[in-house]
Write a protein of this length. Structure first.
Length: 672
C-alpha cells in the first residue's frame, strides 16, 4: 500500500501528459517546490507505478520519463479513483466524498461513520463538514442533524441528482465513458473502477440507456451532442437508482409540457419501463427540462433553415435580437441577415434560459481560451446580457457568455472572409507571359488576396487609393504603400511575406472597425492631423513595465485636458481584465478604453520606449511603440485610425518609429 498526496498524483499526471523526458529541476520549477522534495516524491511515485505495471525511467542527460506499456488512459483513471486509504485526499476530494456518502446513504450518518469510511480523524471530519455545509448551501441543499441518529442532506431531489451527476463528471472523462460503452472488453478494468467508487451507477444500465437513446434519436430525429447525450444517460441512470430506493421528484413543472421536447421525454420514459420504476409527470417534466437545456442542431445547414418564429418563443426571439443588435452597434457590423448566427444564438438562448431557470449549469471547458483569444468580443457579450439579466431576474454566468462569444466570433469570421481581403496591385515589367504566370499563382495560393488590377508602374497612380499593397517583380519605392518584391514563380518565403502583411492589416481591422461612410455615422470626421502632433509625442521614454507604459502615454492626454486621470485607470484595467489584446501587431500597442465621461474630446498620443517591455502577448511582444487614444462616444468617425493603420501596415514604417529621434521627421513621414 502506498500513500500518494495531491502533488504526487499531479506529478504523475504531468509526466503522462508531456510524454517526453523532463529534468527533475524542471519538475520542481513547475510545481514550485525544491528539487529535494521532488526526489522524495519520485521515490514514492516509483513504488506506486511498479504496482500498476508502469515504471519511472531515468534517461542520462535528459531526465525522467514514464514508461507505460498499457493504456495511458487507464492509468490516469486509476489516479482519480485511487483508494481512499491509499492516498492523501485534497480538500476538494474530501468534500466530494462526504457529499456523496451523505446523499447515497439510506439512513442518517454519524461523524464516526464518516470518519471510518474516509479514514479521517473525528476532528478532521468536523472541520470539513463546515465546508461541506457551505458547498451544499451554495447548491441549494443543506445538512440536517437528527438527534441520536446523525446527519442527512435535505433539499429538492432534482438538485441532489444533478449534484451527484456533476460530482461524477468532475472525475470521469466523458470520452472514456463513450469509449467504454463502445468497447466494454477493452475498458473492463475502468468500468470496475467506476462502479466500485460510485455505488449509484450501474454501467450495465448506462450501456442499456445509451442504446435506447441512440435508437430514439434516429427514430424521432432529435439530436444531442455527445456530451449532452452522455450527461442525459447518467442523469437517467442515477434517476433509476434513486427511484428504486424510493427517492422521487416531488415538484411538477407543467409549463414545460408545451415544449415539443416534452413528447420526446415521454418516449424516453416509455423505453425505460423495463427497469420496473415509475416515472410520474414530475419526473417526465425534469427529463423534458434537460432536453430543452441541451438541444442542439445536428448540421449547419439545418441551423440555417430553421424558421425563427415557428421554432422559438417571442421571449427567446426578443432576447436573441437584443444581443445581435447590441453587437451591431458596438462593432459597427451587420449581423441580422446571418441566419446561421441568429438561429444558433436563439437555440442557445432557449437552452440557456431553461438551464438558468432550473438551476442547471453548462460545462464550457474552453472558457479560459475564449476569454484569452477573444477578450473584446467576450466583454461585449457580457455587456449585452446585462439587460436580459435585469429583465428576467436571472444571472448569466461566464460559461454561457462564452458560448455567445463563439457564436458572434464565428459570424464575424464569416463576415471577415467577405470583407477582410487585402487589395493588391500587380506590377510586372517583364511582359504579359510573366505577368500571367504570377497572377495565376497568386490567385491559386492566396485566395485571401484581392487583385484589383495588373498594370505598369506608370499607371500606379490610377489605383493607389483603392489598394493596400503592391506586388511587383522589380524594385520600386511607391510612397506610403507597402511594396513586396517577388519572383514570377512565387517562392514560399515570398508567399509567407505577403501572408504576414495581410495578417498585420486585418489584425488592425479586427479590433477597430469603423464605417467609411461619414453620413451613416452622422458624426464628426477626425483626421490623424487633428489629433497627433509634437506635443502629443514622447520619444525614448523609460518605463518599468507595460502598465507604466500605458500611464506614460496617457499622461500626455491628461496634461492637455483631453481625458481625466480615470481614463488612464480604465485603459490599464482593460488590459488586466481582457488580456494583451491591445498589442495588435509586433512591437505596437494601442491603449484605449470604452467611451465614457472621463474622455472630453477625441485624442491620441504616441510614445516610443527606451527599452521594450512585454505586455503578455505571445505573438507580438516585446512592445516598443505605444499609442493611447480616446473618444467621447462611438459616433466620431476616426479616419485617424484608418490613416494610422495604413501607415503601420508597412513594416519599414514601424522600424522608422523605433529608430528616428526627431518628432517632426516622424510626423512628416506619417502624414506623407
Amino acid at each position: 500500500m502506498y500513500y500518494l498526496n495531491k502533488r504526487q498524483i499531479e506529478i504523475i499526471s504531468y509526466l503522462l501528459e508531456i510524454n517526453n523526458p523532463v529534468s527533475v529541476k524542471d519538475v520542481a520549477k513547475n510545481f514550485k517546490v525544491s528539487v529535494r522534495t521532488v526526489r522524495y516524491d519520485l521515490e514514492l511515485i516509483d513504488d506506486w507505478l511498479n504496482e500498476n505495471n508502469a515504471t519511472l525511467v531515468k534517461i542520462p542527460n535528459q531526465g525522467i520519463k514514464l514508461k507505460v506499456p498499457a493504456d495511458r488512459t487507464l492509468l490516469l483513471e486509476k489516479l482519480k479513483f485511487l483508494s481512499i486509504e491509499n492516498r492523501v485526499l485534497s480538500d476538494r476530494e474530501r468534500i466530494r466524498y462526504i457529499v456523496l456518502e451523505l446523499i447515497t446513504a439510506e439512513r442518517a450518518l454519524t461523524i464516526e461513520a464518516l470518519s471510518e469510511h474516509l479514514y479521517l480523524s473525528r476532528n478532521t471530519v468536523i472541520k470539513i463538514l463546515k465546508d461541506v455545509k457551505t458547498y451544499l448551501q451554495t447548491n441549494g441543499l443543506d445538512i440536517e442533524k437528527i438527534r441520536g441518529k446523525g446527519m442527512v442532506i435535505t433539499g429538492p431531489e432534482t438538485i441532489k441528482r444533478n449534484l451527484m451527476l456533476e460530482l461524477f463528471l468532475d472525475t470521469v472523462s466523458i470520452n472514456n465513458v463513450l469509449l467504454s460503452v463502445k468497447n466494454r472488453d477493452m475498458y473492463e478494468e475502468l468500468i470496475e473502477l467506476w462502479e466500485n467508487n460510485y455505488k449509484t451507477l450501474s454501467m450495465k444500465h448506462v450501456e442499456e440507456v445509451f442504446a435506447l437513446l441512440l435508437h430514439l434519436e434516429n427514430e424521432h430525429e432529435f439530436y444531442l451532442t455527445d456530451i449532452a447525450l452522455t450527461r442525459l444517460v447518467f442523469y437517467l441512470t442515477i434517476s433509476i437508482n434513486r427511484l428504486q430506493h424510493g427517492h422521487s421528484v416531488k415538484e411538477s413543472k407543467p409549463q414545460i409540457r408545451e415544449e415539443k421536447e416534452y413528447q420526446i421525454a415521454r418516449l424516453i420514459v416509455q423505453a425505460l419501463d423495463q427497469y420496473d420504476v415509475v416515472f410520474d409527470e414530475a419526473e417526465i417534466d425534469e427529463i423534458a427540462i434537460y432536453l430543452v437545456g441541451s438541444k442542439s442542431s445536428s448540421t449547419i445547414n439545418e441551423l440555417k433553415n430553421i424558421t425563427l418564429t415557428e421554432s422559438f418563443s417571442d421571449e427567446v426571439i426578443a432576447s436573441t435580437m437584443h444581443i445581435v443588435k447590441y453587437f451591431e452597434r458596438e462593432l459597427k457590423l451587420e449581423f441580422s441577415s446571418d441566419m446561421q448566427l441568429v438561429n444558433g444564438l436563439a437555440l442557445h438562448i432557449k437552452s440557456a434560459s431553461s438551464r438558468i431557470k432550473n438551476k442547471r449549469k453548462i460545462e464550457n471547458k474552453y472558457i479560459h481560451q475564449i476569454k484569452e483569444k477573444y477578450p473584446l468580443v467576450f466583454q461585449i457579450a457580457r455587456e449585452s446580457v446585462i439587460y436580459l439579466e435585469t429583465l428576467y431576474n436571472m444571472h448569466i454566468d461566464d460559461e454561457e457568455i462564452g458560448y455567445i462569444t463563439l457564436h458572434i466570433r464565428a459570424a464575424y469570421e464569416r463576415l471577415s472572409c467577405k470583407e477582410s481581403r487585402a487589395s493588391a496591385l500587380v506590377i510586372c515589367t517583364e511582359g504579359i507571359s510573366i505577368l500571367s504566370i504570377l497572377t495565376t499563382k497568386l490567385k491559386e495560393v492566396l485566395p485571401e488576396l484581392n487583385i484589383i488590377e495588373t498594370c505598369s508602374v506608370y499607371d500606379y497612380e490610377k489605383y493607389k487609393k483603392d489598394i493596400d499593397m503592391v506586388i511587383t517583380t522589380s524594385d520600386f519605392k511607391l510612397g506610403n504603400i507597402d511594396v513586396i518584391k517577388v519572383s514570377p514563380f512565387l517562392e514560399n518565403d515570398e508567399i509567407y511575406e505577403i501572408r504576414q502583411f495581410i495578417i498585420r492589416l486585418n489584425k488592425f481591422r479586427q479590433i477597430y472597425k469603423y464605417s467609411k461612410d461619414k453620413h451613416i455615422l452622422g458624426g464628426k470626421v477626425v483626421m490623424l492631423q487633428d489629433v497627433l502632433n509634437e506635443e502629443m509625442m514622447a520619444l525614448d521614454v523609460q518605463v518599468d513595465n507595460w502598465e507604466d507604459a500605458i500611464i506614460k502615454a496617457g499622461d500626455l492626454l491628461v496634461k492637455k485636458g483631453f481625458v481625466e486621470q480615470a481614463y488612464i485607470d480604465n485603459m490599464v484595467n482593460a488590459v488586466k481584465d481582457l488580456g494583451p489584446y491591445i498589442v495588435i501587431m509586433p512591437g505596437v500597442a494601442f491603449a484605449h478604453a470604452r467611451p465614457d465621461q472621463s474622455v472630453k474630446e477625441t485624442c491620441m498620443s504616441m510614445i516610443t520606449l527606451k527599452e521594450p517591455v512585454n505586455f503578455g502577448s505571445e505573438q507580438n511582444d516585446p512592445v516598443s511603440i505605444v499609442f493611447a487614444f480616446g473618444a467621447p462616444n462611438n459616433n466620431e468617425h476616426l479616419n485617424a485610425l484608418q490613416d494610422l493603420a495604413k501607415f503601420l501596415s508597412v513594416e519599414k514604417n514601424i522600424n522608422l518609429l523605433k529608430e528616428v529621434k526627431d518628432k517632426q521627421l516622424i510626423l512628416d513621414k506619417i502624414f506623407e
